[in-house]
Design a protein around this ligand. Structure first.
Ligand code: ADE
Length: 389
């Protein structure tokens, strides 16, 4: 259950209404706890229809969702960070344009909130192409994909988010579409079944996933334009993003306030924008300017610490250290001890804890590092480094 609504400082009835059926697709975080906000970035447990419904409902309900769109950079010039990807994509699409051909298919992967969808939007805009957006869980039947593909126009870009959730039978239809630009439709059953081969207009598939390991290798290998891993952002880049967002939102925040948000943002633009908006709310109600001091108080109330760790991150470290003696332990055991989904742990929490060097992955499981003990104010055991070997 990834859409848990564990309250941190929200009132009960509101959270109930915001419960399972109405949880947001991603991004905007108005009126929900920070814990929920972090979790909802990964929505591996919902069915396609539920998710579509949810998305529609949430778009109607939440003004903040629109703000998230406003904050999204619309061009390469506005897009901060991921320089390597930007350079490679720029070459890929410029060369394709010179040949008057659509760019080859592209796969983006990495933790939630780093800008995979944004990149798809920018590529489409730079190409002057129509972007059709869908997601793995929304494509429930082969017919859904066939309808999507057969409605594409020449040069269109099809964006499939969470592509790791496509069913195998649907993948089989996607392969020839990606490779040879044809849609194979099987008509009839048994010995009299025939395959109808429909030509498709030239198109580009851009896909995104938080779980590259869950993609079959035949699917991965068909992204002939490249498979790109999005990296966590540097603190300086996040500070630039916060400054840009503050300007768009019309919020005044001094340098120390920007730094304080950047430091606690989990190196993730979506989180940085979320924290900026919550700090703005606090400063607005307290009639106080947004400075390092007021940001610290506002984010302290959200229980986001100076490294950007949430209560669940800290609990994970504590459980690993106390209950599993510092590890090594498997993700399933950790998730069970935390009453969380393994996917939430491995897609949302672990990548950042690994990035900070608070945990390490060994062949025998996850291990707490010396830094983790120190961050929780605990004495590291003498064998702490041996476990990492
Ligand atoms: N907002 C969210 N991600 C961004 C990025 N990479 N650059 C600029 N603004 C952003």
């Amino acid at each position: 259950m990834l859409y848990r609504t564990t309250p941190t400082f929200q009132s009960g009835p509101r959270l109930k209404r915001r419960g399972k059926e109405k949880a947001p697709h991603k991004g905007g975080a108005l009126g929900i706890s920070y814990h929920t906000y972090i979790n909802m970035s990964s929505n591996a447990q919902k069915t396609g229809r539920e998710e579509e419904e949810t998305h529609k409902k949430v778009e109607e309900e939440r003004p903040d969702t629109f703000l998230d769109h406003t904050l999204r950079p619309a061009s390469w010039d506005e897009y901060i960070g991921q320089e390597n990807i930007k350079n490679n994509i720029h070459i890929l699409i410029s060369a394709a344009r010179e040949r008057a051909a659509p760019p080859e298919h592209i796969l983006f992967y990495g933790p939630p909130g780093l800008g995979k969808t944004t990149l798809a939007h920018i590529i489409a805009r730079e190409q002057g192409a129509q972007l059709r957006t869908t997601s793995g869980p929304a494509i429930e039947r082969v017919g859904d994909l066939a309808a999507l593909l057969s409605n594409l126009g020449g040069g269109d870009i099809l964006f499939i988010d969470e592509i790791h959730r496509l069913g195998r039978a649907i993948e089989e239809v996607l392969y020839p579409a990606m490779e040879s630009g044809v849609l194979n439709i099987i008509i009839g059953k048994g010995p009299s079944a025939r395959t109808l081969e429909l030509p498709l207009p030239p198109f580009t598939l851009i896909a995104a996933t938080t779980r590259i390991a869950d993609l079959s290798s035949p699917l991965r290998s068909r992204f002939s334009g490249g498979v790109f891993r999005l990296e966590f952002y540097s603190e300086d880049d996040i500070a630039k993003i916060v400054e840009r967002s503050a300007k768009i939102l019309g919020v005044k925040v001094d340098k120390s306030g920007v730094r304080e948000i950047a430091k606690r943002s989990r190196a993730t633009p979506r989180t940085a924008n979320y924290l900026l908006k919550r700090a703005r709310d606090y400063a607005q109600l307290k009639r106080t300017p947004l400075t390092g001091e007021s940001v610290k108080v506002a984010l302290g109330m959200l229980e986001v610490d100076e490294l950007g760790l949430t209560p669940l991150d800290r609990k994970l470290l504590e459980v690993l250290i106390e209950r599993f003696n510092g590890g090594p332990t498997g993700v399933n055991a950790l998730a069970a001890a935390l009453a969380e989904e393994p996917a939430t742990i491995s897609e949302v929490h672990e990548p950042f804890l690994l990035q900070l060097g608070l945990i390490e992955r060994t062949p025998r499981g996850r291990v707490a590092t010396r830094l983790a003990y120190e961050h929780l104010g605990k004495e590291p055991p003498s064998d702490v480094t041996q476990k990492l070997l």
